[in-house]
Every structure is written in structure tokens, then in C-alpha cells.
Design a protein around this ligand. Structure first.
Ligand SMILES: Cc1ncc(C[n+]2csc(CCOP(=O)(O)OP(=O)(O)O)c2C)c(N)n1
Ligand SMILES: [Mg+2]
Length: 377
């Protein structure tokens, strides 16, 4: 990864790493939208990014302390996620993979539900209807792209696309990673979306790694250019620039809601931490690369911008305090999550009784009973 990858002619950059508004040539079509944003929006964005980072670090600690089976960090990707999340409208449908905690926050998801999932005390995690239509996480790489494609086709069939009523028109946004672009599901979803001109935005977070496989192995060409082959616009953004993420996603979601069809966004970003808490990135990547991205931190650049705009220190102090309280509250509520009755896991795989599940349930009961026998012996 070099600066050349952020070539201004191909990448939408609005807020530089130094916190200055200096739009690249590719940003030109999105600048009118930027006029609609005010400092209040950017304060909201900074607040959400800061809360998620505190959540991320607290959750990593919880996993290390044996309180979670696994944690999937999103540190470094907050701008891509918060910017695009804030660009959605309440009626839109959001299909995440498993790292989109910050998008969830923008939609009103209580992030304790993510930790309930990773603590293994819930099967699905949350009810999307109560979480801003933020759908459930999936671990099968790329599968959500097809779920989203089907949902978006349904939005067209429901007649909620291109009605001209901005409160009514809907779109779907699906998040996936650079590794997922090699999956059949993602490619099939792109074909379907364009064939049916569904109201769907494909949001790729290119965090440069699929566990230990670098993105250059997934694709010899910049991934946003693949959109051309599917017949839809492909826009690359500086994914650590919350303004670029917000403006481009907003523009392409508007287009989709109006009946203009699907579009593809490649957000260039970086997974600062491990793939998950089961991974050790020191085995496959260099300190220099990590340092390069540390210097492009999405939160720091927005903070610099707001300070330059005259935001007082008291705002940042209050935010730091709020983030610490938020993390402490997440910890407390995670430790209080009730353990479900283990037999519940056999209740829902099928609507009707099923012989294999019944046998597994019996085997589990025998297993449990064996502890009583041991204790009695
Ligand atoms: C179908 C499938 N194949 C393999 C895996 C194992 N796996 C889990 S995460 C991952 C890498 C995904 O990388 P990417 O799409 O770039 O997403 P990121 O984790 O970087 O956000 C793989 C191969 C899986 N979960 N599902
Ligand atoms: Mg990746």
C-alpha cells in the first residue's frame, strides 16, 4: 500500500489526514451534497466513532478476560462505517457481515447485542425490526450479498422504489470485505442487482487483508473497477475520511431509491487490529504498514478538523468521558447477560419436529446426566 493507491484522480477524498478539507478531483460530483452537512453532523459522527472505538477496546479486553468466545475488532474502519451508516435513511435495509459494529450504532443497535452473540448466549443476536433494520451478522463470507440482493428485488416489487416520495422510497446497502469479493455469492449478487436494477449499494471495505491473505492476491486490479464489468458505477473512496463515506454513500443511495439501480463503493481502509481475537497479525504484516495507517487514523483527522473549526476543548473532554462511561456500561451489561437454557438450541432449527434434532437433544440430555452420575459415583 502506497500513496499511489490513493491517487486523487481515482479516489474520493474530502478530509485529508491533516484534518483539512481539500477535495480530490474525484470528489467533485459529491461536493454539492457536502453543503447540506453542518458541524452538528460531524460532531455526531465523531461521537459515534469515538464510542465504537471505546466499545472495541473494551470488548477486546472482555475476550481476553474469558468473557467472550471471540471478538471481531473494527478499529480503523470507523469512518467508512459511520459515514455510510449516517447516509442511510430510516426506511433502508442494512445487511452487515460481522465487523460492522459502527454501522449498527448509527442505526440504533444496542451493541451489547453484538457481545451477546460473541458470548454465545443468543442464536441470532437481535431483532432487526428493533434495530433500525440492521440485519443479523453472518459468518459465511459474502452470503449476505445475496440476502441483500433478494431483499432489494423485493423492495422494487413492493413498489417502494422511484415513487418520488423521499420519505417512502427505500434502498438496501450491503457490507462486505475485500476477501469476500472472491466469493461466488458476491459476484452473483452483483449480476442479479444489475439484471433487475435493484435499489442496492454494495459497500466494500477494503481493509487490505482477508485474515492473512493480502488484497493484491484477491485482485490484480483495483476492486472498484470490477463494477464496470457488472455495468454499474464503481467509486473508490478514502475509507478513513468520514466525509467522503457520507457524501458518496448518500449520493448513490439516493440514486438507488430513485430507481437508478445499483452501485458499488470501495472504501480503502485498514483493519488496525487482528482479524479476530484468535488471530496474530504480527505473523504476516509489517510494523511499517501498520504505522502508515496509524497516521491516517479516521478519528484523529475529524477531531483535527473540528478543532480547527473552533470546537472547544470541553466538547472533546466530555466526549472522552462519555466514551469511558459507555465502555463501562457495556462491560457491566455484558457480564449481566443471562445464560439461556441449553435446550433452547434444539427448539428452532425446524418449525416441525425433526428426527435428527430430536436424537441430538436426547444425546445432549444423556451428556448432561452423565455429570450427575459422576457426581453420585
Ligand atoms: C464461505 C467462507 N469461507 C471461509 C471462511 C473463513 N473466513 C472467515 S473471515 C475470512 C476472511 C474474510 O476477509 P474479508 O472479506 O476481507 O473481510 P474482513 O474480515 O477483512 O473484514 C475467511 C476466509 C468463512 N467464514 N466463510
Ligand atoms: Mg478484508
Amino acid at each position: 500500500m502506497t500513496q499511489a493507491d490513493l491517487a486523487p484522480d481515482e479516489t474520493v477524498v474530502i478530509l485529508t489526514p491533516e484534518g483539512r478539507i481539500a477535495p480530490s478531483a474525484a470528489a467533485e460530483p459529491y461536493l454539492a451534497r457536502l453543503e447540506r452537512a453542518d458541524d452538528e453532523l460531524w460532531r455526531t459522527a465523531l461521537r459515534q466513532m469515538t464510542l465504537v472505538r471505546a466499545f472495541d477496546r473494551e470488548s477486546t479486553n472482555l475476550q481476553r478476560q474469558g468473557q467472550l468466545a471471540l471478538y471481531v475488532p473494527c478499529e480503523g474502519q470507523e469512518a467508512a462505517q459511520v459515514g455510510s451508516g449516517l447516509a442511510t435513511r430510516p426506511q433502508d435495509a442494512i445487511f452487515p457481515s460481522y465487523r460492522e459494529h459502527a454501522v449498527g450504532l448509527t442505526r440504533g443497535l444496542d451493541l451489547v447485542r453484538v457481545l451477546a452473540l460473541l458470548r454465545g448466549v443468543t442464536n441470532g443476536g437481535w431483532d432487526p425490526a428493533e434495530a433500525g433494520n440492521f440485519r443479523n451478522y453472518v459468518l459465511v463470507i459474502g452470503s449476505q450479498a445475496l440476502h441483500a440482493a433478494g431483499y432489494a428485488m423485493g423492495q422494487t416489487l413492493d413498489g417502494v422504489v422511484g415513487t418520488g416520495d423521499p420519505e417512502r422510497d427505500e434502498a438496501t446497502i450491503v457490507y462486505f470485505g475485500d476477501g469476500a469479493t472472491s466469493q461466488g455469492d458476491v459476484n452473483e449478487a452483483l449480476v442479479f442487482a444489475r439484471s433487475f436494477d435493484s435499489p442496492q449499494v454494495f459497500f466494500l471495505q477494503n481493509n487490505h487483508w482477508a485474515i492473512s491473505v493480502p488484497v493484491r492476491v484477491q485482485s490484480p486490479v483495483p476492486l472498484h473497477r470490477r463494477a464496470d464489468g457488472f455495468g454499474m458505477p464503481g467509486v473508490r473512496i478514502d475509507g478513513n475520511d468520514v466525509m467522503a463515506s457520507w457524501a458518496v454513500t448518500g449520493e448513490l443511495l439516493d440514486r438507488a431509491r430513485a430507481g437508478g439501480g445499483p452501485a458499488f463503493i470501495e472504501a480503502l481502509t485498514y483493519r488496525m487490529g487482528a482479524h479476530t481475537t484468535s488471530d496474530d497479525p504480527t505473523k504476516y504484516r509489517t510494523r511499517e504498514e501498520e504505522q502508515y495507517w496509524r497516521e491516517r487514523d479516521p478519528i484523529e483527522r475529524l477531531e483535527k478538523h473540528l478543532r480547527a473549526r473552533g470546537e472547544e476543548g470541553a466538547f472533546f473532554d466530555a466526549l472522552a468521558e462519555e466514551a469511558a462511561d459507555y465502555a463501562a456500561d457495556i462491560r457491566r451489561r455484558t457480564l449481566e447477560l443471562p445464560n439461556p437454557d441449553p435446550l433452547v438450541m434444539f427448539d428452532h432449527p425446524y418449525a416441525e419436529p425433526h428426527a435428527v434434532v430430536a436424537a441430538q437433544r436426547e444425546a445432549y440430555l444423556d451428556f448432561e446426566a452423565s455429570f450427575d452420575e459422576e457426581a453420585g459415583a
